[in-house]
Design a protein around this ligand. Structure first.
Ligand code: ZN
Length: 81
């Protein structure tokens, strides 16, 4: 029996695509939380200007990302450092 298999798809906060963490093309750290991307280009855009994608007032993809993260991790964000 396999343990720790995560099938929940995460959301690329840049383009809104669903990304499978095990096959994500790129990932980055944002305030200690792992963020997954469909492509390196999306990661580069996020890393260059994360505020643009994580503004709380910009309800949208980032909020969906956080909701998905909470669902995937049971409320404990994946630490990446
Ligand atoms: Zn993307």
């Amino acid at each position: 029996m396999r343990t720790h298999t995560t099938t929940t798809k995460m959301i690329d906060p840049v383009c809104g695509m669903e990304v499978d963490p095990s096959t994500a093309a790129a990932e980055a750290c944002h305030e200690g939380t792992k963020v997954f991307f469909c492509a390196e280009g999306c990661r580069d855009a996020f890393v260059a200007n994360p505020e643009r994608y994580t503004q709380p007032k910009r309800k949208g993809v980032w909020q969906r990302f956080l909701a998905r993260m909470e669902k995937a991790t049971g409320g404990k964000p994946m630490k990446c450092h």
